[in-house]
Design a protein around this ligand. Sequence first.
Ligand SMILES: [Zn+2]
Length: 103
Amino acid sequence: MESTLRSQTISIVPSEFKKHYRLSQKCPVCNKQIQFGVELGFLRKIKRYPYPHVILHGNPIHVLIAYIDADFKIRGIETAESIEIQRNSETFSQIIKKWSNPF
Ligand SMILES: [Zn+2]
């Protein structure tokens, strides 16, 4: 983890945010440029920055974690190739919900 990933508390002014913010980051595992976004509703709830945003993608499936600061800039990244998805109806229904409305 980079030393720039210090936590800080910043209040959000909702009027400064568009409906969806989009970001792009190259994944060091698959070397692909990954596009992603965060829901405004979620941004309004964040109390501490930078916060982790997890992007599940690729074949074989892996994770890119982007740490996003209060200015909606990527402050650092991590990856994970060891993944487990819980096999229960609660998790499955949430995956389908996310799939249909990713952000
Ligand atoms: Zn990747």
